[in-house]
Design a protein around this ligand. Sequence first.
Ligand code: F6P
Length: 348
Amino acid sequence: MKRVGILTGGGDCPGLNAVIRAVARRSFGRGSEVVGVRNGWRGLVDADTTALTIREVSGLLPRGGTVIGTSRTNPYKVEGGVDDVLRNFAEAGLDALVAIGGEDTLGVAARLFSEHELPVVGVPKTIDNDLSATDYTFGFDTAVAICTEAIDRLHTTAESHNRVMVVEVMGRHTGWIAVMSGIAGGADVILIPEQPISVEEACGELQKRHERGKDFSIVVVSEGYELTYASGEKRQVAQEAPGTDQFGHVRLGGVGEQLAREIEERTGFECRVTVLGHVQRGGSPTPRDRVLATRYGLKAADLVEEGRFGTMAALQGDDIVAVPLADAVAELKTVPPQWFEVAKAFFG
Ligand code: F6P
């Protein structure tokens, strides 16, 4: 019998609760106890935990968000934070920890494992889908579905008013959501951080489209796209104020508005902007994400049982496998050129 801790870190994401449920159900089946660590790594810094019984994990499968809370706390950026984590882990009587998160949360897990042998297993979460060593993270499919539906709806106004509708989607470092929802929704131009087309090129595509009689367009832009100009100049658009979080990230948002202004000035086409924001992370996971999250959760519980710490449950093809945590966080998984080519075939 083990005492298994679970934490969810970073941005909330559809499917987190489904993972919690699966880890718990499989662990209960083995006679283990399950403890929820509240609010990500902050719960281990502050010794804030809560027992999870079959009652707490009932009804979680379709529920968005995370019942144990999340945060962007980085124990390596809190004075004495790492010592607190190690002490509170031991004092809570935990034998293992399942950390569900993206590059930041799992980056901390990988370090705590390699530097302090913390018995931790990872589960890949992020709507951004930018984690390496796994084909897909859970939450991504739901975000793409939400964005695709929004693009479909925006087509109506675009067509009725002869407008360019600019849709800003999430994706801090990578354009996975923009490319996938843009392909699915029939976007006319897509701008992403890792393969940025210039503002001039984007306008050229829209003009080409108008010349062939299409007087409305849909432009999808990732929040992390830097306004890029033919001159080579680049400009990141971020929100004012709070500086960076404990992982060094600025708060993005606003590039859609600036891009729309540029398009209007350069082409004369009337533009409107929709920022999908946290709507993309909200609500119930798609069936695909529920299934993926469930499979990840079962695998994580099995890895705990087998004592295979320092690993992460990953999807490779149709199989759920174990990969080293260090591989998952070594570098970001960017959109490969062949995916962007699919999107580009429909530009203009
Ligand atoms: O990392 C996932 C993500 O959704 C990014 O796409 C986005 O930049 C960020 O989280 C927003 O975070 P917050 O909820 O802290 O504003």
